[in-house]
Design a protein around this ligand. Structure first.
Ligand code: MG
Length: 241
């Protein structure tokens, strides 16, 4: 429509972001439930019974070391290097078995990946999960969807630190401010926002409140390149105001 007929304050020609950076667990695939199952198995091996609701929230989107510390705390067991080692092997082994068995997509996630590709935007997978398990999950997800992949064990600090997002943007040769990050958890959103990227929050296990660095969307179903551009513009405008 001619510019003079556009609704005030809305730019229908919003410029798309240069890249879309996708979180994996809970955003693309419903793997948080797998993690939950393997963490509970380790907890029981340590003599505990079940994770509290608070502990579950704390492990969402977190890294392996933090999640294990929470499991030890919940079990009331002091973490020794030997026990931590055994627990890590159990946790990774069980999770790998379940990842290899195939992971269910989050609603609309596969179509969203294809949509972003077809729109000609660069893409990255940015996960706190380590390379070993990520590569197992990528067999099912399809590594061809991504220009680059960054894992939690390839950066100095995992999410909620911005490092994984900063590294993904650097590998793509882009400023984080020109990217949209798609995230489901408070931990991942904190990381993406700290990097300077626009966040498209698609809640999975816990609700996500609105915030200045993000646009919240109930699902990835029906996501278009225009939606991404609009979200990017909205956040940039909020931050400039
Ligand atoms: Mg996640």
């Amino acid at each position: 429509m001619p510019a003079e007929e556009r609704p005030a304050g809305r730019d229908v020609d919003a410029v798309p972001p240069a890249a879309v950076l996708f979180d994996m667990d809970g955003t693309l695939i419903d793997s948080e439930k797998v993690w939950d199952r393997s963490l509970v198995e380790v907890l029981r091996w340590l003599g505990g019974t079940d994770l509290s609701a608070q502990a579950r929230r704390e492990t969402l989107g977190g890294n392996l070391r933090n999640s294990l510390a929470i499991v030890f705390r919940e079990a009331g067991v002091v973490q020794t290097p030997e026990l931590a080692d055994q627990a890590t092997r159990r946790l990774v082994g069980r999770t790998a078995e379940m990842f290899e068995g195939g992971l269910p997509w989050r609603p609309g996630a596969l179509t969203a990946l294809r949509t972003v590709r077809e729109a000609g935007l660069a893409t990255a997978l940015v996960t706190n999960t380590g390379r070993y398990l990520t590569d197992k999950a990528l067999v099912g997800i399809g590594v061809e969807h991504f220009d680059v992949t960054v894992c939690g064990d390839e950066v100095p600090r995992g999410k909620p630190a911005p490092d994984p997002y900063l590294r993904a943007a650097a590998l793509l040769g882009l400023a984080p401010e020109d990217c949209v990050a798609v995230e489901d958890s408070p931990t991942g959103i904190a990381a993406a926002e700290a990097s300077g990227a626009t966040v498209l929050a698609v809640p999975c296990e816990v609700p996500i409140p609105p915030g200045p660095g993000r646009v919240v969307r109930p699902t990835l179903e029906g996501l278009t390149a225009t939606d991404l551009a609009a979200a990017h513009r909205e956040v940039r405008e909020q931050q400039a105001a």
